[in-house]
Design a protein around this ligand. Sequence first.
Ligand code: PLP
Length: 366
Amino acid sequence: MKSMPLQLESYLGKPVEALPTPALIVDADALEHNLACLAGYFARRKARLRPHFKSHKCVTLARRQLAAGNTAGITCAKLSEAEVLVAGGVKDVLIANQVVGKPKAERLAVLNHAATVRAAVDGAENVEELGAAAVAAGVAIGVLIEIDVGMRRCGVPPGEPALALARKIAATPGLRLDGLQAYEGHLVTCPDFEERRARVTDAMQPVAATRRLLEAAGLPCPIVSGGGTGTYEITGNLPHFDEIQAGSYALMDCAYAKVSPMFHNALFVLATILSSGRGFAVADVGLKGMGNEFGLPVIAGHPEARPRSIAEEHLPIDNFGAAVGEKIRIIPSHGCTTCNLHRRMWIFRRGMIEDMWPIEASGCLE
Ligand SMILES: Cc1ncc(COP(=O)(O)O)c(C=O)c1O
């Protein structure tokens, strides 16, 4: 027997609870609030927004972010995400990571025939690899030197090491030095805003000095890109930053709710109670439908409910008397890894299904 097709026509105008579960559902009013809120903020700033695609991986949503205004383009994490974006008509993409290895360098070069697709670099070998692929494809690839501002992920130290890499890029045919990238990921969730502001401002000072150093050496640095949902009000006001790569602000999750309360939660996993009694209930979603790196989720509208643990397909919820068959809305602790697990997001307004957007880059990991 065939399963019921998950087509929009079957559910349009119905209550969101009609969907088979687990389902990823998005509150349109909350999403629109978030997009307008951040676009409005950057309307009054020198820096522009470059929304991070890895947070939702949905091309329709990326287009909405661009349409909301005050954007420089889209950020993504992976080459395969960039390919999805370009196929979806996005013309300016920054891959905020290194694209390593000849086959990927070639794919990046080919992509630059259709759009401007930049990448972050932090090593001489990778620079040579990208340059060779660009020359072979007859394009120029724009690169940003990634500076490690204390996160100890990718990046070169600020100052002289960055200048040495900039010289190498300038001397490499096929590459265009477009600037610097610095992501302060170790500070974005620092709970106290004033402490966050002080630590981010400190961490980002060497980026300003590096930009001056490069410019003094005759190496222009037109773009400095970084920042996120937890730091847009800090990094976005630093005079040496041109782009802010916030991503989570669009859909949010319960980890970010504590850090950036100006944004509303738009993302839920709709689930069904499978079993109830003995003082707890069990919902039909687990790790295969919801990221949990930032802790257990929250049950919307039920502050008394206490998710106990998360298994593959089950979520046991203590102190919760929901009935078997009841549909509940769960706010995941991490929206980015949750969206990567789903193929579509259902858009609802005031409880009714309004649209369905494919998550084209779900599972795009390379
Ligand atoms: C390079 C980079 N930029 C920006 C972000 C900001 O994303 P968010 O707004 O979700 O904190 C991230 C998040 O991991 C990132 O890795």
